[in-house]
Design a protein around this ligand. Structure first.
Ligand SMILES: Nc1nc2c(c(=O)[nH]1)N[C@H]1C(S)=C(S)[C@@H](COP(=O)(O)O)O[C@H]1N2
Ligand SMILES: [Mo]
Length: 389
């Protein structure tokens, strides 16, 4: 197997997880000493075609540099010529629109810090093994996005009163890999309720961390749907359609959907908001820690709907928990970093570290996996075992 990413590497955690099938190079030392370079060599290759790259979560910082931000593609990334490209707005609208790249950039813009997490983040920790890209901790990242509020575009278009949802479609297309699928290629597309689309916080972004949107993150334009799992934030956005019936496309009902017990039935529903979650960035799995030392356990926590109220840490496999310190200020729809100063025991051995977040709406990370969620929305507490010696 070839690794097409120049100087690609796998992290120590990847090796420990024994992913023998992964493309591999021995530039590990480089990774350990790399400071903050923003090249794709900082990413962990999960799949070559379509390209799927994981952020090295051990390198956690408030904003993820563009070259370290995870990449999730379902089809080959399209090359879009921004000069001939135009955003189409159509369906149940009074004025169908065609907006050029230049026109969009002329409109009033806003910048928001938003965390994106793939609904499959952490899938490698599921037992039995679940289908899909075997993400560890790094299918989550945070950037500052600049663009035009979707609400402003919808206002211009004049959405019909019977509109219920807004469908967003990307310029990429192909045949999905899941068994139940339409004949022939389809575009990657997803809907959000009209109410969410009109809220003002959904962006049509053309900048990421102050730079033009990189091709792998959706150049020239992508949606950013704050608080939702990443699948809603359509890249290479080409078409916006107002619809008067709920959208039932492949990525809405077959993929990125799950079974929810509702009204006495198991019902297939689309995945929407991110569930409350925290992750430990340091130490990493199987890290060796000096006995009797003080170790700074460090991580991030986020929730789709609400700010993080608290993060609790256990260093004894969940028997007892203590409060972690939340760092910086809360930013709506962005992760909150946290730390916990661990007085490391003087006894050598394996220790199970756990973190558990609670949001201000009162949602806490579950300790058990909800099996109805199959291979998505993985937010239960996953221990990180370390070696004290
Ligand atoms: N057009 C298009 N948009 C897309 C996808 C895609 O494959 N095609 N993947 C989605 C998924 S599942 C996620 S998690 C995010 C990832 O965004 P990123 O690659 O910028 O991290 O993009 C979403 N938008
Ligand atoms: Mo995703």
């Amino acid at each position: 197997m070839t690794n097409k990413i120049p100087h690609g590497h796998v992290s120590r955690r990847t090796m420990i997880a024994g992913m023998a099938t992964l493309p591999f190079s021995f530039a590990v030392a480089r990774h350990l000493f790399a400071a903050d370079s923003s090249t794709s060599s900082d990413l962990i290759l999960r799949e070559n075609e379509p390209r799927n790259l994981e952020f090295d979560f051990a390198a956690l910082q408030p904003i993820t540099p563009n070259g370290k931000f995870y990449v999730r593609n379902h089809f080959a990334a399209p090359t879009v010529d921004s000069q001939s490209w135009a955003l189409k707005v159509e369906g149940a609208v009074k004025n169908a629109l065609r907006l050029s790249y230049g026109e969009l950039q002329q409109l009033p813009s806003v910048t928001r810090t938003v965390t994106l997490e793939c609904a499959g983040n952490g899938r490698i920790y599921l037992a039995p093994k679940a289908d899909g890209v075997q993400w560890q901790l790094g299918a989550v990242s945070t950037a500052e996005w600049t663009g035009v509020p979707l609400s402003a575009i919808l206002e211009r278009a004049g959405v019909d009163p019977n509109t219920v949802e807004i469908v967003l479609e990307g310029a990429d297309s192909g045949e999905p890999s899941k068994p139940s699928k339409p004949a022939g290629p389809i575009a990657f597309s997803r809907s959000i309720p009209l109410e969410a689309a009109q809220k003002g916080n959904v962006l049509l972004a053309y900048k990421m961390n102050g730079q033009l949107l990189p091709p792998s993150h959706g150049f020239p334009l992508r949606a950013i749907v704050p608080g939702w799992y990443g699948m809603a934030s359509i890249k290479w956005l080409s078409r916006i359609v107002a619809v008067t019936e709920p959208y039932r496309g492949f990525f809405q009902t077959v993929d990125y959907a799950y079974w929810k017990n509702e009204a006495g039935f198991a019902q297939r529903v689309p995945i929407t908001q991110m569930q409350v979650k925290s992750q430990i960035a340091r130490p990493t799995l199987a890290e060796v820690i000096g006995k009797g030392s003080t170790f700074r356990i460090f991580g991030a926590a986020w929730s789709g709907d609400a700010a993080i109220a608290k993060v609790e840490v256990s260093t004894d496999g969940g028997k007892t928990y203590s409060a972690a310190r939340l760092l910086g200020n809360a930013i709506e729809n962005a992760w909150r970093l946290w730390e916990f100063k661990w007085t490391v025991p003087t006894t050598s051995g394996k220790y199970k570290l756990m973190s558990r977040a609670t949001d201000v709406a009162g949602n806490s990370q579950p300790l058990e996996r909800d099996k109805n969620r199959e291979n998505y929305m993985i937010n239960h507490v996953v221990p990180v075992e370390v070696q004290v010696q």
